[in-house]
Design a protein around this ligand. Structure first.
Ligand SMILES: *Cc1c(COP(=O)(O)O)cnc(C)c1O
Length: 641
């Protein structure tokens, strides 16, 4: 047997395949991060981050945001477009926007805007609240502010306010009635924003969000509505404001062919509209640029079968080809990529605090006089197991286990006998699992033993709060231990969170081609913490998380690179997660009245002589203090009051 190396671990967790160049393992066997995507030059040891977090008395679970990753992704998107536009001799420019809904966190939006200044990178909004923030943060005159989503009068008035502030606001008409409302309002307010038309394409995506495109899509104008819209704008002498053509066929488009279809159809619509007299000069391809979460480069839901370069080449070259063919000038290209920009920049760090075999085989199964035939038969199966008698032994054991339950229900077997039989059954499973390790060919049936015998690792976090998509849509996310990566992880595990919900578990992991049902992790050693990270959580997860079981928002640290620092980073900001009191308040509880109820009751107990006054004060203080604390498990041993 050759020695297990760090390279083996990298392959096992497929780090290079999903990491986008940002993640690696350092010689200490710790997960490391290249926040600037500069292979090796600037690397942050994640265990140094854990140390620093501990030093600052910040508890896990925590979200860690690498602002430099966010910046790198903005640069990556823009530079890729610039390069390919140049190479293709495309006449228009790239002018992207960030869709706020993907991560509304102010610091995230601010960072993206700042990194995007050289590129006039703008914002896309889908609601009034998002527009309020875009108006305040996207202050550049050249950058676009693109307004999608349902719009009422107030939304449109906000757009006109943007117009008065000299912003490049484009109201995208998604429903025909919005155009009429906008025309009415603008004649009243004597001002008009730029107008975009969102087309309902027949092309649609594959993957989870395919319903965003196609004829049944929620948004977009049909061909007839587009024609009618152009006629209406001409009639009101407002056609000069129609500058942008838009489509969006869904998020995480897994198959590049769907983009090709959509771009081709969209480009044809664009050129036709121009020929109808629409002075368009922006072609907005929406979002959908996917992230290869599982690194399989396939059309599976958590993957994509193309690279950023493939995507950009398709947009640029297809648009050029069709415009040239139709003799229409090349428009500026707009994209609304949110997932690609934000997914990589944040991760959830947590600690495994306990493990449980589904089955504990520590029970005396020695033969006792007068035991039932079922028990002794089970023991015989165990004793006789060998390579030649593994699969059949498994069948026999399964059969005996069924008989055991039947016999118990009929009052033939005692509880003690049932216990012994069941334990023997699990011992048989364990032994067969060992035997299969030496087999050249493992029968399909015996493979199920791995999941039957998997260990459960309990992690201090809530799936519902931190990675809601893992629960809601079976999103696969990379999960990797943060340390001990120079050692072979030998325990096959599923993960459980600390909610009381049976859905609060993870039993699907990134595998070689198909997902694995178990994740190999290291043995827990008593007294030593074991940390794991869940990666690529920067898109959509933050805002979609909920407060199931009243586990609230988690502690959050923002990390910046600093080449002068020995560990290459510093914590720029710490945003405390919510306390029990804050969680309760959102559900309309009043802390003060709850505390006074408890105090009153404690007083009564004192009066009845059931409690000493001193005890009652301590207990009241204890109850009161709990409100201020973090809602997750406190894994530091503390003294009792
Ligand atoms: C959600 C959304 C986006 C973002 O899509 P990603 O796949 O995250 O890039 C872009 N545009 C519109 C209109 C959207 O609704």
């Amino acid at each position: 047997m050759t020695q297990w190396t760090i390279e083996d671990t990298k392959k096992l967790y497929h780090i290079e395949r999903w990491g986008g160049g940002y993640f690696d393992i350092n010689p200490k066997g710790h997960l490391s991060i290249f926040p600037k995507n500069t292979n090796g030059v600037m690397s942050v040891d994640i265990m140094d981050v854990i140390e620093e977090i501990k030093k600052q008395k910040i508890a896990l679970p925590a979200i860690v945001r690498f602002h430099d990753i966010l910046r790198s992704q903005v640069v990556r998107l823009n530079e890729t477009f610039i390069e390919i536009i140049k190479e293709a001799h495309y006449q228009g420019k790239f002018i992207g926007v960030f869709p706020i809904k993907v991560n509304q966190m102010r610091e995230v939006v601010e960072e993206i805007i700042e990194a995007g200044v050289p590129y006039h990178f703008g914002l896309e909004t889908g609601s009034k609240s998002e527009l309020l923030s875009a108006l305040a943060f996207n202050t550049s005159k050249q950058a676009l502010t693109i307004l999608n989503g349902y719009k009422d009068q107030e939304y449109l008035k906000l757009a006109l306010l943007g117009e008065k502030l000299d912003r490049k606001v484009v109201v995208v008409i998604e429903k025909f009635t919005e155009l009429k409302e906008l025309l009415a309002l603008s004649s009243e307010m004597k001002s008009m924003p730029w107008i975009g038309f969102r087309a309902k394409l027949s092309a649609k995506g594959t993957g989870k969000w395919s319903a965003s495109g196609g004829e049944k899509a929620k948004f977009g104008l049909t061909a007839a509505e587009i024609m009618e819209g152009i006629r209406l704008l001409k009639k009101h002498r407002m056609i000069k404001y129609l500058t942008l053509f838009h489509f969006h066929i869904g998020s995480q488009i897994t198959d590049i062919r769907n983009f090709k279809d959509a771009i081709t159809e969209g480009a044809r619509m664009y050129t036709e509209m121009v020929k109808q007299g629409a002075p368009l000069h922006y072609f907005d391809v929406g979002g959908g640029l996917g992230v290869d979460y599982d690194g399989t480069k396939t059309t599976q839901d958590s993957s994509v079968n193309y690279t950023l370069e493939d995507y950009v080449e398709n947009v640029v070259y297809l648009m050029k080809e069709i415009c040239d063919l139709e003799k229409v000038p090349h428009p500026h290209l707009v994209s609304e990529s949110g997932r690609m920009i934000t997914a990589y920049h944040s991760c959830i760090l947590t600690e495994v605090f306990d493990s449980g075999k589904m089955i504990n085989t520590n029970y005396n199964t020695d033969e006792k006089g007068g035991e039932h035939r079922i028990v002794s038969n089970m023991r015989e199966v165990f004793d006789e197991l060998n390579n030649g008698y593994a699969q059949e032994g498994y069948h026999d054991a399964l059969q005996l286990k069924t008989e055991c339950i039947q016999a118990f229900k009929l009052g033939v077997l005692s509880l003690e006998e049932r216990a012994v039989t069941e334990i023997l059954f699990w011992k048989i499973c364990n032994k067969i699992q060992c035997l299969t390790k030496q087999m050249d060919f493992i029968p399909e049936e015996l493979k199920e033993l791995d999941s039957l015998l998997a260990e459960q690792y309990f992690c201090n976090f809530s799936i519902f709060q931190s990675i809601p998509d893992a629960w809601a849509i079976d999103q696969l996310l990379p999960i990797v231990p943060l340390h001990r990566l120079n050692k072979k992880p030998e325990v096959l595990c599923t993960l459980a969170d600390i909610t009381c919900d049976s859905d609060g578990k993870i039993d699907q992991f990134i595998g070689d081609s198909a997902p694995w049902q178990e994740l190999p992790l290291h043995h827990l050693t008593p007294g030593d913490p074991y940390y794991i990270g869940i990666f690529l959580t920067g898109a959509y997860q933050d805002v979609m998380g909920d407060m199931h079981n009243l586990f609230g928002s988690v502690n959050e640290v923002h990390i910046y690179c600093d080449e002068k620092d020995s560990s290459c980073f510093y914590i720029e900001d710490f945003i405390p997660g919510s306390s029990a009191e804050q969680n309760l308040a959102t559900m309309q509880y009043n802390t003060h009245s709850m505390i006074s109820t408890i105090k009153k009751k404690l007083n009564q107990q004192v009066q009845k002589g059931k409690l000493r006054p001193k005890e009652s004060v301590l207990l009241a203080n204890f109850y009161e203090n709990c409100f201020k604390n973090y809602s997750y498990l406190n894994l530091n041993k503390q003294e009792n009051p």
